[in-house]
Design a protein around this ligand. Structure first.
Ligand code: COA
Length: 152
């Protein structure tokens, strides 16, 4: 297990997240792409995972509606996968969402994103729906976790 440090970072540190994004996702995107998606959102959240101070993963989220916090993206660079880092990121995001008073954490993923589906099922998420994504012409699975019991 990698035992990463999970830290909340600000929008000013987004350039480092763009580098991570482009190591994980295709097509590559620029800072403006991430900024635009987070702009104007309630409770935008950027989590960074570091191992020995090196950034190795990230998660981005924001409020979807008052009951629901949306995890938009989560990624871990290939060399650090299967070491529990995404689990740590998800755990931190869930804890923060619960503390902020949300009932549900939601994310969406394609059927082909099998590692994410495995991770989500392992963490107790339910598949609650499917929606057609006109950008990709593919279906997205909608997954949710009830976090209301995690509030302290
Ligand atoms: C999905 C992703 C974030 C998982 O990151 P990770 O740090 O490797 O995940 P973890 O090590 O926390 O995995 C936890 C559990 O999830 C499951 N899992 C993760 N990757 C898996 C894989 N490739 N195959 C099967 N199960 C997998 C396992 O149950 C794993 O526990 P185990 O290793 O003890 O068996 C990473 O694979 C990734 O960045 N993928 C590309 C981006 C992506 O698809 N993001 C999701 C959509 S936004």
């Amino acid at each position: 297990m990698a035992d990463a440090d999970i830290v909340v970072i600000g929008l000013d540190e987004l350039p480092g997240v763009v580098d991570l994004f482009n190591e994980v996702f295709r097509p590559p995107r620029d800072q403006a792409f991430l900024e635009r998606r987070l702009a104007g959102k309630v409770n935008p959240l950027i989590l960074l995972a570091r191992v020995e101070r090196q950034p190795v993963g990230f998660a981005l989220g924001y409020e979807l509606k008052p009951s629901t916090f949306y995890c938009w993206l989560i990624g871990v660079v290939p060399d650090y996968r299967r070491a529990g880092i995404a689990s740590q990121l998800m755990g931190a995001l869930v804890a923060l969402a619960a503390e902020s008073g949300y009932k549900l954490v939601r994310f969406e993923c394609f059927n082909r994103q099998r590692p994410m589906l495995h991770l989500a099922i392992k963490q107790g998420y339910n598949v609650v729906g499917v929606r057609y994504d006109s950008d990709t012409g593919d279906n997205l699975l909608i997954l949710e976790l009830d976090v209301s019991d995690l509030r302290h």
